[in-house]
Design a protein around this ligand. Structure first.
Ligand code: ADP
Length: 529
């Protein structure tokens, strides 16, 4: 093969997959095969007679001198170069240079073969980077990570399938010992540093290589089973709040997640993420306690305002009992005692005493701290009872009440006392707003309806000044009040109660004054058979 190459030689060079470039010692290109054309974008005609370094600038030309020195001393050089192609793109080329010598041994030409490894390199880099990121996350995150080998568990399923077990969940629900065996059959392949800290292990080998049964309290076996079923059903991931046990036997409240990719699933490996939510749950419990205390305090506060009317309420039957008692004594102490009259009066006394006892029981049930027990209720009954309770107080403040219930309102599941509390708060607020503003025609209109969307809606509208516009969007926040001695928690309690019932409360100004509307979901079934 000479400098320009015969046609036969060219054809052969063009069959080669690698680029082949032959250049003179000064860099002038003498040969340029088809693969070089494809690799760099320059045609043979364009490349021939150009200087290689100029045609394909190198990313670090300063190294070229060193490389050439090595080439001339060893006769060959192999390595990677980054060269710019015709389109300005950097290509990473694995090249091999060798010197062709003349018969007298003097160097004549440099023969280069090159392979474009840009894509391959990018792929390797991407894999390396993703592996690096994964490792980084795996180690550095504040989440406990576990790599678990499930192959042995998979094998345990096969006989079940052959036995025709269709519903794994219910099959396993009655076989805790078998579930435990499956947990033991899982193998921990790796865990991160956070796992050691969270589970109180001194070194990785206390966890890695072992099964996972020790971490599961028996009551949470169903969570393990659900995560298995989710894996089998090829759901993309699984998340559940649960509790696990650490190496010292302490309970950990955790968010338990299982994730797998098609690739890891094929290998029977899953990644578990375990997030410690003990602090969050403690905070939530504290908050619930504070709310319960709050509701209790507010209920007692509301009671304070109503004490006068309660006293009146109880006094009235007591006075009637005393009067009837005296009268019956008179009937009995006659020369001819009138037993019939005395019996009639005695039965009235019993009825009055019952009424007084009812009033007192009612007050007691409001004042004592009751659990948020639910019962099936007709909202109309709850409203009617509350109005019985408030009637005297509202009457004393010249408030006329109308209550209107649409037909066929669904039943609800609710706490009677709490719902009464909401109604009392709303009615007392209305009465105070109308009183404060010296409204002449004081009306409180209560409507219960069954809205098209389902459930129950209760509307309470007064004929007062309406909601002050500047309060509108924070009316239900705590400590928002316009009253000199107001606490500003009545409405926030109403919202807490209604939302705890799965409902919603809102305020606006209706036709006559402020209008509060709350909704409650219907019980299931919504009507008694
Ligand atoms: P408080 O009664 O202690 O002020 P609430 O949370 O029950 O606390 O009420 C907050 C505020 O909402 C009241 O101070 C009042 O300004 C306004 N408000 C409540 N109900 C009505 C109403 N029916 N009409 C006008 N304003 C009302």
């Amino acid at each position: 093969m000479d400098g320009t190459g015969g046609d036969g030689a060219l054809e052969i060079l063009d069959l080669v997959h690698d680029s082949i470039i032959i250049r003179a010692l000064d860099g002038t290109i003498l040969q340029w095969n088809a693969a070089a054309e494809a690799q760099y974008g320059w045609s043979r005609a364009e490349a021939l007679t150009r200087r290689l370094d100029e045609l394909l600038p190198c990313r670090s030309p300063e190294h070229l001198e060193q490389i050439k020195a090595e080439l001339f001393s060893h006769g060959v050089w192999a390595g990677e170069l980054v060269r710019r192609d015709r389109h300005g793109r950097d290509r990473r080329i694995e090249v091999r240079w060798s010197i062709e010598r003349g018969e007298d041994g003097t160097p004549r030409r440099i023969i280069e073969t090159g392979r474009d490894v840009t894509e391959q390199h990018a792929n390797e880099e991407a894999v390396r980077l993703s592996e690096y990121r994964f490792r980084n996350l795996f180690e550095a995150m504040a989440v406990s990570f576990w790599e678990i080998d499930f192959n042995a568990v998979g094998a345990m399923f096969l006989p079940l399938r052959d036995q025709g077990v269709a519903d794994l969940r219910s099959y396993l629900a009655t076989r805790p010992a078998f579930v435990r065996e499956m947990m033991e059959a899982t193998r921990v392949l790796d865990v991160n540093a956070k796992t050691l800290e969270m589970f109180g292990a001194a070194a990785k080998d206390e966890i890695v290589g072992h099964g996972t049964a020790r971490y599961w309290p028996e009551e949470n076996y169903p969570v393990f089973v659900d995560s298995l079923v989710a894996t089998l059903e090829k759901q993309p991931s699984f998340v559940r709040e649960t509790a696990l046990i650490d190496h010292h036997g302490n309970r950990l409240d955790v968010m338990f997640t299982v994730a797998w990719s098609p690739d890891t699933r094929k290998r029977g490996v899953v990644t578990l993420g375990v997030l410690d939510i003990t602090d969050r749950l403690n905070a939530e419990r504290r908050l619930q306690q504070i709310q319960a205390d709050y509701i209790h305090a507010a209920r007692v506060a509301t009671l304070g305002e109503l004490t006068a009317s309660i006293a009146h309420e109880v006094n009235q039957p007591l006075a009637a009992i005393a009067t009837n008692g005296e009268a019956s004594l008179r009937w009995l102490s006659r020369a001819e005692p009138n037993v019939g009259e005395a019996r009639e009066l005695a039965s009235r006394m019993v009825a009055d005493a019952r009424r007084a006892a009812d009033v007192i029981r009612h007050i007691r049930s409001m004042a004592t701290r009751q659990s948020a027990g639910r019962e099936r209720l007709a909202v109309g009954d709850v409203i009617a009872e509350t109005l019985d309770f408030l009637r005297r107080d509202l009457h004393a403040h010249d408030v006329r009440v109308t209550f209107d219930a649409a037909p066929r309102i669904p039943l609800i599941d609710g706490n009677r006392t709490e719902l009464q509390q909401v109604l009392i708060n709303l009615a007392v607020n209305a009465q105070q707003a109308m009183g404060q503003h010296g409204v002449q025609d004081r009306r409180l209109t209560i409507r219960a309806t069954a809205p098209a969307g389902g459930g129950v809606a209760v509307e309470i509208e007064d004929s007062g000044p309406g909601i002050p516009p500047d309060l509108a969007d924070r009316l239900f926040d705590s400590f928002v009040t316009t009253k000199p001695n107001g606490l500003g928690i009545g409405l926030s309690i109403c919202r807490t109660i209604i939302e705890a019932h799965g409902g919603h409360i809102a305020a606006d100004n209706g036709r006559t004054g402020a209008r509060f509307t709350f909704t409650l979901p219907a019980a299931e079934p919504p009507f008694l058979p």
